[in-house]
Write a protein that binds this ligand. Sequence first.
Ligand code: PLP
Length: 377
Amino acid sequence: MQEAARVRDISTSLIRRMFEVVVEAKKRGVDVINLGIGEPDFDTDERIIELACKAKKEGYTHYTSNLGIEELREAIAERYGVEANEVMITAGGSEALMNASLSFVERGSKVVIPSPNFLSYFVYAKLCEAKTVQVLTHPDFSLSVKDIGEAVDENTSLLFLNYPNNPTGAVEDSRKLKEVVEIAEDSGALVVSDEIYDCIYYDRKPANLVNHENVVVVNGFSKSLAMTGWRVGFVIARKELINSMLKVHQVNGVCAPSFAQKAVADAFAEGIFDDVTEKMRSAFRERRDYIYPALKKLGFEVVKPEGAFYVFPRIPENVDLNCVDFTERLVMKGVAVTPGVAFGDGNERYIRISYAASLDSLKRAVERMKEFLEEFS
Ligand code: PLP
């Protein structure tokens, strides 16, 4: 049995390898601090769990409308200043990204992805049998409107944007983002603005690219409410684009879990949403304020993250290891991070550190990294 061409060159080897490396280190008795994880280290708020239990008892155990429950669509619409019929609930942000890709990426067209960026975008482009064009944003991880203008042309079907960014934590200037949206519009390309980290920011509030003709905003509650396992996401787009994505969603996610949708709707109604996000944001800010100067002191070149819970330092020049070897050796010293190559071109000398871990773990991890780096001086 042959794999279909569209999946043949999608690789899971790096993720598998990193997993194996951590398992191997643990087997050898190394106590590993895992800073490779892409989710909040907080559990879902107890009040939301209670709301979900109540919803299940009230009968929220069936399919919902494919578009999602009305209360949740309305709560999201109000928050983002759009109409409820411009919102569709999905089974997590990932399903939303897949729906948008399958709906708007033509086979053989170009998908433009700034690098570094979330690994999945490259996979969606491959699944749609599109050509990927990467626009490098190093060293400051800031978008160049000129570079985007050169990459986007009439063969471009889609441009992925993700701010606050995974893996860099970059937040982009809203005026610049609007210029980029216009460039895409002039070429007839769609922008998918993945705003899944929009509640996790420290300095300036990230832009929300709603109410643009050619933008599909993807978001969800995995990160903002620490609900990764609940699978509730959403898209915001004009009605015609929602209708196209509904064609995929009706056979893909079908609907997000009904009790989870209801629990989130009630969390909005009871004012729990902002309370939860505010608490997490302040914990992440404290960690960001620790890890950023600590990494600089260790000799990494670091861009200060302004959002999400990642930092993407450049390996010091005196360390003669690429990011995969660096990561594998560091695990044996008790710290797991993600090699930069997982996030696109130009990232061979970078690692992603997730600071969704306690301040105490971060301090111990920094101590271990210090000892590791001393081996190269
Ligand atoms: N978009 C980005 C940038 C992410 O980092 C992630 C998860 O790590 C997702 C989307 C997917 O989120 P979800 O769990 O809602 O599918």
